[in-house]
Design a protein. Structure first.
Length: 589
């Protein structure tokens, strides 16, 4: 393509880009970029976490965890059986002694026993001293006031303590488990759930000793990927220590739960606790630690779990991953998630651009959205892969909306454009003539019109064929488009090989200069025309008129005068510009 300046190149590039649906790519990238920026600002974090919860709760029901039993001390135990609001050291000693008789592999005591609770303190000390399979707790990270809670000194000396801290997200839900807490202490303390799992697995003859300094915790060749500050839907989250995503079992009764009364009164089967993990914790609704979770099975009307159940879930998750190959939950790297979001934004733009029929517009994007959610759900359910479903859907719909709006605008524009040349069509010209005429009438400024005709175009078609004739008309349109610089000017294909240029606030002298510039630009292309009687290349004859409209003069007078100028140019030998002005405006009335 021949051009005289850089401006022509950019105009043609933009024109080509639009015609080749380049806006789809631009809109898709704009949509994806916006989504990525908003995501980095944590605008979608709550939505992503709730979508994650929804997919977790929709998963099929899993089997119960038979390797772990919970002894839950309930309100009934406290109020009816014990007649007190707390569990004394004597009651706790009796409970642990009973449990030891059933020969469990590990006992987890989810009660702080750093202070005596008489009676029975000495008896409980003796139990602690002679229970190497018992793991107690201490609070390492501390509560909102910054206070940690030490563990029992006897258990601490015997290295039988673990951290009981539980991480709660900003919306009040628990989705993460701590394997190693972060604390300003030289002691390396495992999380409660991890310690119970390690002690249980120690008797399985597996390579389960963790390396605290390793970047990824590995147990029996199973890697437990840690949460980073930007893992999955989390943005700038507190990822200190070593945290993993919880893979909660969607089961109404995840663990076998018995009450304190049942154990002390010997009301449980003899084999229930043998060689299992036994967790002792509070399950009193009025007193226990209660947490919201992504769990479709609820207590009452709320999706909640007791703290002892959260620790049990972490323990079960580690054991079942090592022994059963149960999937862990993990996300893709941030760069892969970004590519996925960009890809679906492009898909949204492309499908919207391709949807030419009503049923396509009604099904393409909703159908793709369903596939995105279904695929994300399937990936999470089968492989534990957490995909960015919310950003993918937002990118899909955002790009679809931009492309759809552009397509609607483009259709409106195209309805007023000539398909071959890209200039305005005859209908648009006729409508614009009325508007520009009355605008010039109000302002009393001159309105000019150039009317041009390609010389000997029928012979050109006969000689070179209609496809080449179409290309010739496109080059003529290019010459007009790149030459006319007047503000609010309208260039149009009037019909066949005829073109018009309407120039508001333009005098006859200025109009002649513009018409000659168009003719000169076309001549510079040197398009061969061997059968022309005017020149060896394609030429154009142009007529022009310019005057100030009057109320009594019809707008059609403008085209009539310009057409007479064109007639004169043809009569005078073609390839020239001729002006036709009325002697007086009265003759136009």
């Amino acid at each position: 393509m021949q051009t005289d300046n850089i401006g022509d190149v950019w105009r043609e590039l933009w024109h080509t880009l639009r015609n080749n649906n380049g806006f789809v790519v631009l809109a898709s990238l704009l949509a994806a970029s916006s989504i990525l920026v908003l995501r980095a600002l944590s605008s979608f974090q709550l939505l992503e976490l709730r979508a994650f919860d929804k997919m977790i709760t929709l998963r099929p029901t899993e089997s119960s965890e038979s390797r772990l039993v919970i002894v839950g001390i309930t309100d009934a135990d406290l109020d009816t059986y014990l007649g007190t609001s707390s569990v004394s050291d004597q009651t706790m000693a009796n409970l642990i002694r009973k449990i030891q008789n059933y020969q469990p592999r590990v006992i987890g005591l989810d009660f702080y026993r750093n202070l005596p609770n008489s009676p029975g303190t000495n008896d409980l000390k003796r139990i602690f001293e002679h229970s190497p399979n018992l793991i107690g707790i201490e609070k390492v990270i501390g509560d909102e006031a910054g206070n940690s809670i030490p563990g029992n000194n006897i258990l601490k000396t015997a290295d039988q303590l673990a951290a009981s801290d539980i991480i709660v997200d900003a919306d009040g839900r628990v989705r993460r488990g701590i394997l190693f807490p972060a604390a300003n202490t030289p002691r390396i303390l495992e999380g409660f759930g991890l310690r119970l799992a390690l002690d249980y697995l120690a008797k399985e003859n597996l390579a389960i000793t963790p390396e605290p300094d390793a970047s990824v915790l590995t147990l029996n060749q199973i890697e437990f990927p840690p949460i980073e500050s930007h893992t999955g839907g989390y943005v700038a989250t507190d990822a200190r220590g070593y945290q993993i995503l919880l893979n909660l079992r969607q089961q109404e009764h995840t663990f076998k739960i018995v009450s304190l009364k049942q154990v002390l009164d010997d009301q449980i089967p003899p084999e229930l606790m043998r060689d299992r993990i036994v967790l002792i914790g509070s399950m009193a609704l009025s007193r226990a630690d209660i947490f919201y979770t992504a769990n479709r099975h609820t207590k009452g009307e709320l999706p909640i779990k007791f703290g002892v159940e959260i620790h049990g879930e972490i323990t079960s998750q580690i054991i079942s991953s090592v022994l059963d190959g149960r999937p862990l939950i993990y996300p893709w790297p941030a760069w892969a998630e970004s590519l996925l979001i960009i890809s679906f934004a492009i898909i949204g733009g492309y499908l919207t651009q391709r949807a030419t029929k009503l049923w396509q517009r009604l099904t393409f994007i909703p159908g793709t959205s369903l596939l995105v959610f279904s695929g994300s759900y399937g990936a999470l359910s089968l492989m534990g892969l957490w995909l960015p479903v919310v950003p993918m859907l937002l990118g899909l719909w955002f790009a679809s909306g931009l492309t759809g709006a552009h397509r609607t605008t483009q259709l409106q524009v195209l309805s007023g454009k000539d398909k071959l040349t890209g200039l305005a069509n005859r209908r648009t010209f006729d409508e614009s003539l009325q508007q520009m005429w009355f605008k010039a009438l109000r302002s009393q400024q001159p309105l000019a019109l150039i009317m041009g005709d390609v010389d000997h175009f029928k012979k050109y078609n006969d000689t070179y064929g209609h496809p080449q004739g179409d290309e010739c008309l496109r080059r003529v349109a290019h010459a007009i488009r790149t030459t006319v610089r007047v503000k609010d000017a309208l260039s149009a294909r009037y019909g066949g090989e005829e073109f018009v240029v309407m120039l508001p606030n333009t005098s006859a002298t200025e109009g002649i200069a513009i018409a000659n510039a168009i003719r000169t630009k076309l001549n510079s292309y040197s398009l061969p025309h061997s059968t022309s009687q005017t020149a060896a290349h394609v030429t154009m004859s142009l007529g022009i008129t310019s005057f100030i409209p009057r109320l009594e003069i019809p707008p059609s007078a403008l085209t009539e005068m310009a057409d007479l100028g064109l007639y004169t140019a043809k009569k005078a030998g073609r390839n020239q510009v001729q002006i036709h002005q009325p002697d007086t405006l009265d003759q136009l009335v």
